[in-house]
Design a protein around this ligand. Sequence first.
Ligand SMILES: [Zn+2]
Length: 61
Amino acid sequence: MNDPIPVTCPSCFEEFEVMPPAPHETPCEWDYDCEVCCHPMMISFESDDGEVYASARGLSE
Ligand SMILES: [Zn+2]
């Protein structure tokens, strides 16, 4: 049902697409490995009006 949404990797700044959770499952966070550079990140999903948005941040500070 959902379309893939773009996520920008916090490590390599490349954009790739993930299949988001359903809107009713947000907000949530996923552990995810970048599909480009394989660095781990956390992707936070939020929804607004049935649209799911993603923002990624690195794990290591
Ligand atoms: Zn990356």
